[in-house]
Design a protein around this ligand. Structure first.
Ligand SMILES: C[S@@+](CC[C@H](N)C(=O)[O-])C[C@H]1O[C@@H](n2cnc3c(N)ncnc32)[C@H](O)[C@@H]1O
Length: 289
């Protein structure tokens, strides 16, 4: 357990959600309980953390909060209890909406790194899913994406974002198609990869592990600055790359800070550099054109 997870509590929803809302808002593993238990209680049980009912019961710097708008990881900012939402997962509005509509489509570096084109819409295993932003972008461009996330808090935020995407998709065909291309798998990617049937090998495997210096960069977004305390440092990323190289059909793509050494010291076939990041591409088989 990393620092933030250890002490985390969930602040109960003051508005008191109905059990009907609860039944549509929680992951399938808890379905049998949804008839009577509110969402916040289910989430606390699922994450094995305490549910508190008043802000003055929170003794820690971070806490989770569930409201009608979704689940957030919140940082307590001052002694007066003033707060700001630090991390939540929103695929429908904000930056991801802008990127989906105006981001440059398949010309974007991530899409090119994965080899996505009008003739090649790969199955992608995003083995370090995080808040699912990269996976969502790939799904919005036609890839079928399996998101794998092992950190329970991050997976809960991601699951909540996917659920609200599904809800919005009921009124929006574009979102419906994207939502249907995304699936979430909770747990360690190494075990997930090893459990895959040979006929389900992904075309492309995508890795974006935590980089040790990431939080020190001035350009790091506030959400990513919280991540090291939440998920740790992904020390097994070299091992994950080795497994990925043995499993993907066409290529493995690794996102790195621009000046970082290649993951695992394994030289990629080629790289694509952006302003702050770099995609290292390990080709395994020629992509159909
Ligand atoms: C830098 S974040 C990824 C951000 C993501 N690309 C995005 O667009 O939101 C790295 C994430 O990978 C997860 N992770 C790292 N190694 C993993 C593994 N072996 N299995 C599952 N998740 C892993 C971490 O818990 C963390 O949430």
């Amino acid at each position: 357990m990393t620092k933030i997870n250890r002490d985390l509590v969930l602040l109960a929803d003051g508005a008191g959600l109905s059990s009907a809302t609860a039944s549509s808002s929680i992951a399938s593993s808890s379905k049998e309980k949804t008839a009577t238990i509110p969402v916040d209680q289910l989430l606390a049980e699922q994450l094995n953390i305490a549910l508190v009912h008043r802000p003055d019961q929170i003794a820690t710097e971070y806490y989770l909060q569930y409201r009608a708008g979704g689940l957030s990881l919140v940082k307590t900012q001052s002694d007066a209890g003033e707060t700001s939402s630090v991390v939540s997962c929103d695929f429908v509005l904000g930056a991801l909406r802008h990127r989906r509509l105006f981001g440059g489509g398949i010309k974007q570096p991530l899409a090119r790194a994965v080899g996505l084109s009008s003739n090649f819409k790969p199955t992608v295993a995003d083995l370090t899913a995080g808040l699912g932003r990269d996976g969502f972008l790939l799904a919005s461009l036609g890839a079928q994406v399996s998101l794998v996330e092992r950190n329970e808090v991050v997976a809960a935020l991601l699951s909540d974002g996917l659920l609200r995407l599904q809800q919005s998709a009921e009124q929006d065909d574009d979102l419906r198609v994207i939502s249907e291309r995304l699936s979430l798998h909770r747990g360690d990617s190494k075990a997930w990869l090893q459990s895959l049937d040979a006929s389900h090998r992904p075309d492309v495997i995508y890795l974006d592990p935590m980089f040790p210096d990431r939080s020190k960069s001035a350009k790091v977004k506030k959400e990513m600055a919280v991540f090291p305390g939440l998920v740790g440092s992904d020390d097994d990323a070299d091992e994950l790359l080795a497994l990925a190289l043995n499993t993907a059909c066409y290529r493995v793509v690794v996102k790195r800070p621009r000046r970082a050494p290649p993951l695992g010291g394994i030289k990629p076939g080629f790289s694509m550099e952006g302003k702050t990041t770099r995609f290292d591409i390990h080709p395994l088989k020629k992509i159909p054109r």
